[in-house]
Design a binder for this molecule. Structure first.
Ligand code: ADP
Ligand code: MG
Length: 486
């Protein structure tokens, strides 16, 4: 499972740490009451605080603090009872105050961890270094008017959680799994909607390489602007190969910030690290230290939902699912809830098969999420009941399922209306078996030499009954009626 890259002079490994910016789910901004709704007209959601007007005072939004603490708890992290907001000073047109309010030496959340899940069911812990709260900046728009840059301050002051990982990520795949798992946890907690297209989840990847066997860390580059899961993997892979080429040809990796160009699939230099680094952080004199009462954290802890890891373990124990199936089902809370509604009181494995193989398959084809499933959990459960009581055969069940997906109909009603009930009536099946045997003497002779031909007879009987005969009953009757094998 260890991921390595073969160079010209030896074998290399990747070392990667991710800094993820997650937009806090909250109606109002971190230090003002302005709305955070996505897609509003430019500069329509800007309070004087967000516009950096002189003399305006920030007021900390308690709901955002709760969200950060909840997220910290979900990452099994240390919650710091005292944290401090500091000013990070820099000039940029989309930052009217000339400083970003962030946390630096005293973040609200300290060390934690997150388990990534590999496809084979194994896991690996990735350390979380810290999580801190900070305000977002505005947005510069360069392509609206020829030769001019326009500024939209709607995003200015929106609360972000910066979640920093340890350099424990060792491959592009692990980076994607990390992002997926983090997103899953955030969505379970309801602390970030995880929408990468709308920029609610953005990621900077720090990448370095070293020869296999080396323990010291190499010089890293930080890649900005990685805004989709696919790009995370591609950016890391490209950057690692670039660094290996440099090192193998006797050059050095320069620590710098690079930009990922998705169209070209490459990273390029944006700015050196040194000059960008003197932000002159200092505690914001307009804001008091954040002091969390003991019962505040305890109350939030008690309110946490069952998170993916726990749910996965429970699904494996309670419904006898494989690690893989359980992992697929718990990735999204709505899918897990759907599965449980189907599986309760039924065969868990069978329920998982139908949800994963049949339902997810059709949903993916239709480009729909589980929330838009035309088949309700109740209806899928009923379909499984029809199978269990042998009211319909497995083959018919697939047909009924397809109709349910088309129409959103009730499986009982569909079976009734289309006359799809399985025929278990022995007399009716016997009559058909007799007819098939009488009409096919050649096949009977073949059967006597090769008993496998019974499959052909089963097929004929099923066809004659429109697939409605109970295949097991058909098999038994055929065996009894066909002449003995030579
Ligand atoms: P900065 O404040 O300059 O961004 P940090 O020390 O906070 O630097 O590290 C940022 C990220 O870089 C973290 O995710 C960390 O795991 C990662 N990182 C640190 N050193 C390396 C390295 N040598 N190679 C790859 N990633 C690294
Ligand atoms: Mg950084």
């Amino acid at each position: 499972m260890t991921y390595t890259i073969e160079g010209n002079t030896g074998t290399w490994e990747i070392v990667c740490g991710l800094e993820v910016h997650a937009q806090v789910t909250s109606n109002a901004k971190l230090f003002s009451g302005a709305s955070t709704a996505y897609g509003a007209a430019p500069n329509s959601q800007v309070s004087p605080v967000d516009a950096g007007m002189p003399g305006m005072l920030p007021v900390l939004n308690g709901a955002c603090v709760e969200q950060a603490v909840k997220t910290g708890l979900g990452l099994e992290a240390l919650i710091n009872k005292v944290s401090i907001f500091e000013r990070k000073n820099y000039f940029y047109p989309d930052l009217p105050s000339g400083y970003q309010i962030s946390q630096y030496e005293h973040p609200i959340v300290g060390k934690g961890q997150l388990l990534i899940d590999f496809l084979d069911g194994s896991t690996k812990p990735i350390g979380i270094t810290r999580l801190h709260l900070e305000m977002d900046a505005g947005k510069s728009m360069h392509d609206q008017r020829e030769g001019e840059t326009l500024i939209d301050l709607n995003r200015s002051g929106v609360a972000l959680m910066e979640i920093v990982s340890e350099p424990d990520i060792a491959s592009p795949e692990e980076a994607v799994l990390y992002m997926r798992k983090l997103r899953s946890i955030l969505r379970y907690l309801g602390t970030c909607d995880g929408n990468m297209e709308e920029g609610s989840l953005r990621c900077d990847a720090n990448v370095s390489v070293r020869r296999v066997g080396d323990t010291a860390l190499g010089t890293r580059c930080e890649i900005k602007n990685v805004n989709s899961m696919r790009f995370v993997a591609r950016a890391i892979e490209y950057e690692a190969r670039r660094q290996i080429e440099l090192l193998e040809s006797g050059q050095k990796v320069v620590q710098e910030t690079r930009l990922f160009d998705a169209t070209k699939g490459e990273t390029r230099s944006m700015r050196g690290k040194e000059e960008a680094h003197d932000y002159r952080y200092f505690p914001d004199p307009d804001l008091l230290p954040v002091v969390l009462p003991d019962d505040f954290v305890e109350r939030l802890k008690a309110s946490l939902p069952e998170l993916p890891d726990k749910k996965k373990a429970r699904f494996m124990a309670e419904y006898k699912l494989s690690a893989y199936d359980a992992g697929v089902l718990v990735a999204e809370r709505a899918a897990a809830d759907y599965f449980e509604a189907v599986a309760k009181g039924r065969d868990g494995k069978q329920a998982a098969n139908w949800v994963i193989n049949e339902l997810f398959g059709l949903l993916a084809k239709a480009g729909k999420g589980i929330g838009e499933s035309p088949i309700s959990a109740e209806h899928l459960g009923k379909l499984l009941d029809l199978l269990r009581t042998e009211a319909i055969s497995g083959r018919i069940a697939k047909d009924v399922f397809a109709i349910m997906f088309e129409t959103g109909g009730d499986p009982e009603a569909i079976v009734e209306e289309k006359g799809l009930k399985q025929v278990t009536d022995t007399a009716a099946i016997e009559a058909i078996v007799d007819e098939v045997i009488a009409n096919n003497p050649d096949q009977v002779a073949t059967y006597q030499k090769n008993p496998k031909v019974i499959g052909w007879f089963t097929g004929q009987v099923m066809k004659a009954t429109g697939g409605k005969a109970n295949p097991q009953v058909v098999g038994e009757i055929l065996k009894a009626k066909l002449p003995p094998v030579d």
